[in-house]
Design a protein around this ligand. Structure first.
Ligand code: ATR
Length: 271
């Protein structure tokens, strides 16, 4: 049995063991996937001992994604720019390689699962923290017309736009500066975790706008509830992104593509 795990703190709520368990059954891959709670001051030791004991790959979740990035000896361009990684494995030399599959997961959920085309579209992203930084490059690679980053702290949005200079058309502003509508609006703030909604002008939503909350909860998220009230064409939550980022990690580790649809259905029905 090859060993995999997700590392976080806390970790009991993680859906990753269930998702990867379903993937393993579907593809007949001989692997075991568990959840490890690393001490807040003992992340590096936890990872090192996992790999020393023969572990094959790790997913990394809150609050360790940046530490995992620092620990990685090798990073893809995507992971380097993301500033955080959610997937670790060892290269031929036994060194830790870091990947970030969150952005690919978001793009695949939008384009494949929901048939939302990103090319040539005007995208608005709310938030400028680690979650948003992690998905920007894969979104830009889909060649949208532009990506506007709106954030409570405008300077953070500006820094992010600067960081991705040369990868596409990026704009930065505050929420109340928004004065046009968008094809796709992605909520990447952690405001919803506190039951909060950023102060968004109603005019950013039209009847053809797709709203995507990177957060997931069994009930309609506060952002998606707001988008529905404004008449958005589609309201999507982050469960698809969660399953797709897991599928991308599985692909990196096992070189096998899973069929995510039945797993996504199982996850929805479970809650
Ligand atoms: P994460 O890793 O989830 O992205 P983070 O890096 O702390 O966490 O970033 C949180 C993001 O949510 C930031 O963009 C933050 O805005 P600020 O940069 O102004 O702090 C945003 N955020 C958090 N709570 C918010 C709220 N109540 N209203 C609006 N934005 C909020």
């Amino acid at each position: 049995m090859d060993l995999y795990a997700v590392v976080g703190n806390p970790i009991h709520h993680s859906k990753s063991p269930k998702i990867h368990g379903e993937f393993a059954v579907q593809t007949n891959e001989a692997l075991e996937y568990s959840a490890i709670q690393a001490p807040l001051d003992g992340f590096n030791e936890t990872v090192q001992s996992f790999f020393k004991n023969g572990g094959k790959g790790l997913n990394i979740t809150v609050p360790f994604k940046e530490q995992a990035w620092k620990l990685s000896v090798e990073l893809s361009e995507r992971a380097r720019l993301a500033g955080a990684v959610n997937t670790l494995y060892l290269n031929d030399k036994g060194e830790i390689v870091g990947e970030n599959t969150d952005g690919v997961g978001l793009v695949r959920d939008l384009t494949l699962n929901h048939k939302v085309e990103l090319k040539g579209k005007r995208i608005l992203i709310l938030g400028a923290g680690g979650a948003v930084r992690g998905v920007l490059l894969p979104l830009l690679e889909e060649q949208p017309e532009s990506i506007t980053i709106a954030n409570r702290t405008v300077s953070k949005a500006e820094q992010l736009a600067e960081l991705f200079t040369g990868h596409g058309v990026l704009k930065a502003c505050g929420f109340t500066d928004l004065n046009e509508s968008f094809d796709i609006i992605i909520n990447g703030t952690s405001a919803s975790l506190q039951g909060d909604l950023p102060p968004l002008p109603e005019l950013i939503v039209t009847g053809s706008t797709v709203a995507y909350d990177m957060m997931y909860s069994p009930e309609t998220t506060i952002f998606n509830g707001w988008a529905e009230k404004q008449g958005a064409a589609m309201r999507l939550d982050g469960l698809g992104m969660l399953v797709e980022q897991a599928a991308e990690s599985f692909f990196i580790w096992r070189d096998v593509r899973v069929n995510t649809a039945p797993v996504l259905n199982a996850m929805r029905t479970f809650d």
